[in-house]
Design a protein around this ligand. Structure first.
Ligand SMILES: [Fe+2]
Length: 253
């Protein structure tokens, strides 16, 4: 499949939301993110030995997964779904309303839209039909991998520091919430409702390491040193040192 026309459609869609103001950097960041998620999805698929039509649809879903971010920011001036609208749903609407490159039957677009709709759900149904499991799970892993990169750039001070990126959390360098800490230590997924400090976001991301579906996704995360870099951003106290040991031995196992 030719991905060029699809990249062109998404780029034009993103650029139609530029305003000439300082927030344009955020629009470009989301377009760049979409392209990197497409790339991550391709890497996961080839490492898993998956090719053919389903692999193509999965990559399309990866490319379009955050299409809703552009109207979300234009309408609500935030990327926080709780303060605005579910950007996955906005993405499905945008896909329905945009003129897309020809050549795919509606049933294929339904697969793409389903994966877009599910990409940010806290958990997915354990019993998806086989034709939907691959696009949903690969897009979710590919997305998480790039979110690690964006947030690490932010926390390490290399990226554009932006409140829109970290959702206005309290930046108390030594504090984190106990609920979040316990969840991650026990290998569970953290809950957004327990996020209060910037460190809680780092803990939440650490928890995502347990939620990657594919071995090759975790391999990519390790290759890019995301687990150790993430843990290095947390305060250096006894409990975090314990967490570091537990998480690193878990992901390297
Ligand atoms: Fe998203």
């Amino acid at each position: 499949m030719q991905f060029g026309p699809h990249v062109a459609v998404l780029s034009r869609f993103a650029e139609s939301h530029l305003t000439g103001g300082p927030d344009d950097a955020l629009i470009r960041l989301k377009l760049d993110h979409s392209l990197r998620v497409l790339d991550n999805a391709g890497r996961i698929l080839s490492a898993e030995g998956v090719s053919g039509h389903m692999a193509d649809l999965t990559r399309l879903a990866a490319l379009y997964h955050d299409m809703g971010r552009f109207p979300q920011f234009a309408i609500y001036h935030t990327f926080n779904d709780r303060d605005s609208a579910n950007h996955a749903r906005l993405g499905v609407l945008a896909l329905r309303e945009t003129e897309l490159p020809p050549g795919l039957p509606e049933r294929d677009w339904r697969v793409v839209r389903f994966a877009v709709a599910q990409h940010n759900a806290k958990a997915i149904r354990p019993t998806l039909p086989p034709g939907l499991t691959l696009p949903v799970t690969v897009v979710r892993d590919a997305d998480k991998l790039d979110i690690f990169r964006i947030l690490l750039d932010h926390f390490e001070g290399n990226g554009e520091r932006s409140e829109a990126v970290i959702h206005r959390l309290e930046d108390a360098p030594d504090r984190y919430s106990d609920e979040m800490y316990q969840a991650i230590l026990q290998g569970r997924i953290g809950d957004y409702r327990h996020m209060r400090y910037a460190n809680d976001f780092k803990l939440l991301l650490t928890g995502w390491l347990h939620d990657l579906r594919y071995h090759s996704s975790l391999a990519l995360a390790l290759e890019r040193d995301y687990p150790a870099r993430l843990l290095a951003q947390l305060p250096d106290d006894t409990r975090i040192r314990r967490l570091r040991e537990v998480v690193l031995s878990r992901v390297r196992a």
